[in-house]
Design a protein around this ligand. Structure first.
Ligand code: TXA
Ligand code: MG
Length: 342
């Protein structure tokens, strides 16, 4: 990957066109104001950003990702003071959550303001809002002056990007500029919580773990993936069962299982923990010897990419303990494995 110079494509998103990358926030902000697309670092994963109030720009996000329009986008803001730009009502619970989780890996679904294009919310009455903690994302939001709609910057259904190079590999030629903010610190997407009803509903586990959510929310419900429809506007559209998927078939083993390669297949292993001798695998990626979920999360998607590009027939992945970020990682593993069995 080489840094490119020269002017950005005027409206970009031209398949086969040249995508530039670098650390020029002012230039990226100008592209966003002009209706273009920018790969944006956040503390969770890289996002594919567009001005959330510009329906044409938002349409380009769906086109660049190959994302169905029934899957709504998260709107990123610099600060809670900007909520009225995209939200029509702020339930009191928001302030408590904001105080302890924002900026950070929490997305709240709140009643949308009329200014938010239908495309952003897929016609749903709520809009997902998040205030990212990454310093470069903050600078971009302030410099552009736009709320930024940004899904993860990967082709739809694929592995989320945690470096600028991942974004270039997946969407190069379809985005005007990629801001390089280094590897993402958290490594797994935000927790999505809907506050549209009386009881908060967790739509997607993520960077705020369940123990912390329980402290903050008290009683809450969790949307079940099997309750989600696969092909129409859904209350929890991100619950599509196959998602975050490597091209290589992924098989899961329990946290305490012995890892055994599949006879006759070139087998890779994604694991954690102290075991030292694991014979028979063609490639092994160990995320963390102690099994610390935060450390595992930071390297998770990059490890999955590494194994996916290693010419393997199958990837065996050890599930995580259902604690902290381990819950979000197991969710991504299950969805990565759905329908991918060989
Ligand atoms: O950490 C993250 O959340 C990253 C970074 C870039 O911020 N973004 C991200 O976006 O993961 P995406 O589009 O890959 O996932 C957003 C999830 C989807 O599952 C989507 O269905 C759900 O949030 N979502 C967004 N807006 C929603 C809405 N209005 N109602 C219900 N679910 C919504
Ligand atoms: Mg995504």
């Amino acid at each position: 990957m080489q840094s490119q110079s020269g002017n950005p494509l005027p409206w970009g998103s031209t398949p086969g066109g040249m995508t530039q990358f670098g650390t020029d926030v002012v230039r990226a902000a100008g592209i966003l104001r002009a209706g273009g697309l920018v790969g944006m670092p956040t503390e969770t994963v890289y996002g594919l950003a567009a001005n959330a109030l510009d329906a044409c720009a938002v349409a380009k996000v769906f086109a660049a990702k190959g994302r169905p329009t029934f899957d709504p986008l998260i709107v990123h803001l610099a600060d809670v003071s900007e909520l009225p730009a995209v939200v029509s009502a702020v339930p009191p619970l928001v302030w408590r959550l904001a105080e302890s989780c924002w900026p950070g890996p929490l997305t709240l679904v709140l009643p949308r303001a009329a200014s938010v294009p239908d495309l952003v919310t897929s016609g749903l009455p709520g809009v997902g809002v998040r205030i990212p903690a990454h310093a470069m994302a903050q600078r971009l939001l302030r410099e552009s002056g736009c709320p930024l709609a940004a899904p993860s910057a990967n082709p739809f259904g694929g592995i989320s990007p945690t470096t600028a190079a991942h974004v270039m590999a997946g969407l190069g030629g379809r985005v005007d500029y990629v801001l390089d903010g280094g590897p993402c610190r958290v490594g797994v997407e935000s927790t999505v919580v809907s506050l549209m009803g009386e009881i908060p509903v967790v739509l997607r586990p993520g960077g705020v773990g369940p123990e912390r959510l329980a402290e903050l929310l008290g009683h809450y419900e969790t949307a079940r993936p099997d309750a989600a429809l696969e092909d129409s506007a859904q209350p929890a559209p991100g619950m599509l069962s196959r998602h975050y998927a490597p091209r290589t078939p992924l098989r899961l083993i329990a946290a305490s299982d012995v890892a055994i390669p599949v006879p006759g297949l070139r087998s890779g292993l994604l694991t954690w923990g102290p075991e030292s001798e694991i014979p028979g695998f063609d490639r092994i990626f160990r995320l963390c010897r102690e099994g610390n979920p935060e450390i595992c999360a930071a390297g998770f998607f990059a490890a999955l990419r590494d194994l996916d590009s290693a010419g393997l027939d199958v990837i065996i992945a050890r599930q995580f303990r259902e604690l902290g970020l381990g819950v979000a990682l197991n969710d991504r593993l299950r969805r990565g494995a759905a329908g991918g069995e060989k």
